[in-house]
Ligand binder design. Structure first.
Ligand code: PBG
Length: 336
């Protein structure tokens, strides 16, 4: 039989007095040692703006998310701002599509109208616009097609620059190119600066992967490619070093903010980009990531609030400053 004193000595020598659990015992202690904090300030809320509808229409694969007509946007923008969410990211769904996506740079196009309407109703809400051709082309690809169906890089740059410029002219606060053409950040920077928009930041979708998790978005935006896929321009999922190179190029071309997309299957990429670059970093918690949680919660298989919180904190913990997420509105009150 050991004496009490001998037990203490023995436990010390076996390191059994070290107990990480001590600081997990109460919520107060957990709160004191918490390493990562999420705030509503980190959220960016995506909005789909559609022509040809009179009321908001729910997106079936994204419960709780809607296509909005411009006429109903003011009230929605007010409710977003009231929750403390600082910014929205706009996607347009035009009625008319053609091979060169003319509606994308129509000064009276659906996104241009939406920008003006939101800035009129809630001037302090930051408006970021997605700059990409796929919602505007009849073939659903993100740029100009050659005769044999290849998305041509440099001719696409001119259209993207025109599109970004028309968003800035309508009053966008930030433009966000998501097409993955080479050189688009530089082309957009030149176009903006040449027209006096040198104060408009570019948030570059720098490391955007060819992902199956965009499925519900493409249903919502009607932007599924009519043939083939996006693997000749979006990144190949197994690649890491290439992501660093993509970010580096965007930074050299003048990106003000960088992005990794999607978020959950690419947390390692977010973390590596964070370690390598000091620019503000966004991560896009995409439509398929949202749909997965919503579907499992509806089935009663997951505790919805718990998994949304855990998901969002994981993206922040990986290194993102900003999270583009469809959960913004429901999660805002938890992080205010
Ligand atoms: C446009 C674009 C897409 C998304 C954002 N911008 C779709 C795509 O690349 O096919 C996806 C967003 C989401 O899934 O939530 N290129």
């Amino acid at each position: 039989m050991l004496t009490e004193r001998e037990v203490v000595v023995q436990r010390k020598s076996a390191n059994l007095t070290i107990r990480p659990r001590r600081t997990r015992r109460t919520e107060t202690l957990r709160r004191m040692v918490r390493e990562t904090r999420l705030s509503v300030d980190n959220f960016i809320y995506p909005l789909f703006i559609a022509e040809g509808i009179k009321e908001a229409v729910e997106i079936s694969s994204m419960p709780g998310q809607y296509r909005w007509p411009v006429a109903k946007l003011a009230a929605e923008a007010e409710s977003i701002a009231k929750l403390g969410i600082p910014a929205v990211l706009l996607f347009g769904i035009p009625d008319f599509k053609d091979s060169l996506g003319h509606e994308a740079y129509n000064p009276n196009g659906v996104v241009q109208d939406a920008i003006r309407e939101i800035k009129r109703a809630v001037p302090e809400l930051a408006v970021i616009t997605d700059v990409c051709m796929c919602e505007y082309t009849d073939h659903g690809h993100c740029g100009v097609l050659s005769d044999d169906g290849y998305v041509e890089n440099d001719p696409t740059l001119d259209l993207l620059a025109k599109m970004a410029l028309s968003h800035a002219e309508a009053g966008a606060d930030v433009v966000a190119p998501s097409d993955m053409m080479d050189g688009r950040v530089g082309a957009i920077r030149v176009a903006l600066d040449s027209q006096g928009f040198d104060n408009i930041p570019i948030m570059a979708y720098s490391a955007k992967y060819a992902s199956g998790f965009y499925g519900p978005f493409r249903e919502a935006a009607g932007s599924t490619p009519s043939f083939g896929d996006r693997r000749s321009y979006q990144m190949d999922p197994p690649n890491v070093r290439e992501a660093i190179r993509e970010v580096e190029l965007d930074v050299q071309e003048g990106a003000d903010m960088i992005m990794v997309k999607p978020a959950l299957p690419y947390l390692d990429i977010i973390s590596k980009v964070r370690d390598n670059f000091d620019l503000p970093l966004a991560a896009y918690n995409v439509s398929g990531e949202y749909a997965m949680l919503k579907a499992a919660a509806r089935m009663g298989w997951l505790d919805e609030e718990r998994v949304i919180r855990e998901t969002l904190i994981s993206i922040k913990r990986a290194g993102a400053d900003m999270i583009i997420t469809y959960h913004s509105k429901e999660a805002a009150p938890w992080f205010s």
